[in-house]
Design a protein around this ligand. Sequence first.
Ligand code: VAH
Length: 338
Amino acid sequence: MSSILVTGANGQIGSELVDTLRARHGDAHVIGLDLRRPSSDTAATPGPPSANGHAPGSSDDAPFVVADVRDRDALASAIKRYDVGTVYHLASLLSANGEKVPDRTWDVNINGLKHVLDLAREHEMQVFWPSSIAVFGPSTPRENTPQNTVLNPSTMYGVTKRSGELLCQYYHQRYGVDVRSLRYPGLISYATLPGGGTTDYAVDMYYEALRSGSYTCFVREDTRLPMMYMPDAIGATLDLMRADASDLTVRDSYNVTAMSFSAGELADTIREHLPAFSCSFEPDSRQDIADAWPATIDDSTARQDWNWTPDYDLEAMTADMLDHLRETLPEDAESIER
Ligand code: VAH
């Protein structure tokens, strides 16, 4: 059985996708790749990877490669060493952090993707690559944003995501590379801390509601954005990759969403569980990014082509997020609820 390579394996999506894939296919068949070893491994036994190339602390069957996706030779070496047949190429800088270093964002997000697509063509690998609602811009219809519409992103992150979509479509049409992509909305998970995204206000809010009981939100109370709980994002990703290629009518990237809510609605929903939670709203530069994105998404094409349907709404996500965060946050978080 050929193996699966996940780049950006330590990230918000990557860390959960690696766990899900290893549970399905076995540790030995899923290779994580990122700029550094997973913190849990380095915490366990810091030091160079063991002789067999496995990160210390992980099980002997959980291979991990420390590499930069801009290094084509390092990618090629990992693909050959582990006989990779599928790549989930998640390594990317996100919107807010990406605006601080636009040149690096272009370099990582686009040159990294092109290396993966070139290697996919050479080794006949299937590829998943995440796009984002960040491909939409100020002149895109904000409500029920269609699959095919005006795309004029206002961030370097959005420019790389739209450019990457066109690159994926080209490699499929010109070279027959089976690359598939989703325009993720804001993703919310309890497994990793926020990573420099604009929608990460939502993740921050859950953490602070338990940690301190109060949160100062960096977008306006009425800022409404499309969102999705991570279990649905992982499910959508694996469903798309398993779909019959003949059913797919989109080869740039599929619109998908699960819910839309405002920052104020999120605070209200959290208060249904933590009545003492207080939230204030002090927009910063990330408000401009959020204002350029849609409020709601039309994902009917994904539902038609490969039966996309989410499981979590705002209430179900909030209950599950708080349950899991109570398990992982320090004891003093419990004091907020009393
Ligand atoms: C970001 N979480 O905020 C990412 C995502 C739709 C937003 O792409 O940059």
